[in-house]
Design a protein around this ligand. Structure first.
Ligand code: GLA
Length: 359
């Protein structure tokens, strides 16, 4: 009998604009990229001694992990993602099966391209599909999943198993991405509106700052707490409802944080308009404005990130900004057709969201 196997792919993402708005019920405009994580899951036979075990192998690191399906227990690094995903899926009522997992990917870690969301989402899709097969083959595995629920579940893995209090941006981008589309996400309603991102001969590239970031230990969680404190002082449930005049009265740095969030929401709206008008130079100016706000008001840039951005500008970028959580990672640059981006950049284009692959 052929072993039952499913394979799932989930992409990383680039956030075009709308940074640190997701956990503030704001707006963002990410897209899924070609790079991602693939998880191959092969069911263990119920007669084998591995019947209750998940055995995972991470190709890129040449590391493995093994734990009881019923009781994974905590772990560090990539293992926390695998164990957390198993526990959260089971808690949410997904039937899971003992399996061998093989994980491989090409999203650089800590680079602001959401390697972690790609890992969580690919794991969810593969484990849920294998479980739904229920011994009858992988065909019923194609039953549609509630993708918003999967995004929330993955965020719980980040929050509770990895210790990064991140929002839903990365997971939604990975789950809902589509070729030639950015996704305008309203985090108040979780409404996701596709926006054409047709670049023609323009290029969007990522330049790695060389500095890795880890959300669980960077200033990321601190920024989240500052936003919560600002909301408390303003007496609002979300910064979106805050009166701009009242924000002026907040003590620093809370005032600066709130000003970033409100102006960033507005830049997302303006970027959507610029894309609809096919006005890419205007998109470039909005990227620059977003970066300046993240650097000066949200204060999450670093010298390495600034140096990378300067290089993109010197090479003639029409706009450039840090992407992702900050404190390191990559810088996004937009280049006009007649301006070649530096050779050591990674070109990014909107591609399909997470999906099952042929076995
Ligand atoms: C990280 C988090 C996201 C989001 C961004 C900042 O990528 O995972 O939830 O908060 O930072 O926009």
């Amino acid at each position: 009998v052929d072993p039952e196997v499913v394979r799932a792919f989930a992409p990383g993402r680039v956030n075009l604009i709308g940074e640190h708005t997701d956990y503030n019920n704001g707006l963002a405009l990410p897209f899924a990229i070609a790079a991602g994580v693939t998880v191959r899951a092969e069911a263990s036979s119920i007669h084998s001694p591995l019947a209750e075990v998940i055995a995972a192998y991470a190709h890129d690191l040449d590391e493995s992990d093994e734990f009881m399906l019923q009781e994974p227990g905590p772990a560090d690094g990539w293992r926390a993602f695998v164990r957390g995903t198993v526990v959260e899926l089971r808690r949410a009522g997904y039937p899971l099966r003992a399996a061998r997992l093989q994980i491989s990917g090409d999203v650089p870690q800590g680079s602001g391209l959401s390697s972690s969301a790609a890992l969580e989402v690919a794991l969810c899709l593969a484990l849920a599909a294998l479980g739904a097969g229920n011994g009858t083959g992988a065909t019923s595995a194609e039953a549609p999943l509630d993708r918003i629920e999967i995004a929330r579940l993955c965020a719980r893995v980040e929050n509770e198993w990895v210790g990064a209090h991140t929002g839903l941006l990365d997971q939604l981008a990975s789950l809902y991405g589509a070729p030639d589309k950015a996704l305008c996400i309203d985090f108040d309603t979780l409404e996701i509106g596709p926006v054409p991102l047709e670049l023609g001969d323009w290029h969007l590239v990522i330049l790695d700052s060389g500095e890795r970031h880890v959300h669980a230990s960077s200033g990321y969680n601190e920024r989240r707490e500052e936003c919560a404190k600002a909301r408390e002082l303003l007496g609002v449930d979300s910064l979106r409802q805050a009166d701009p005049q009242k924000i002026e009265e907040l003590p620093d740095p809370l005032r600066l944080r709130a000003e970033h969030v409100l102006s960033e929401n507005q830049r997302v709206r303006e970027t959507v308009v610029a894309l609809r008008d096919e006005d890419l130079p205007a998109v470039g100016r909005l990227l620059d404005a977003s970066h300046e706000s993240l650097r000066d008001l949200y204060q999450i840039s670093t010298p390495a990130v600034e140096a990378a951005r300067e290089r993109l500008h010197r090479a003639g970028a029409a706009g450039a900004r840090m992407v992702g959580g900050g404190f390191g990672g990559g810088v996004l640059g937009l280049f006009a057709p007649d301006t070649p981006p530096p050779a050591d950049t990674l070109e990014v284009r909107p591609g399909p969201g997470a999906h099952l692959l042929d076995r």
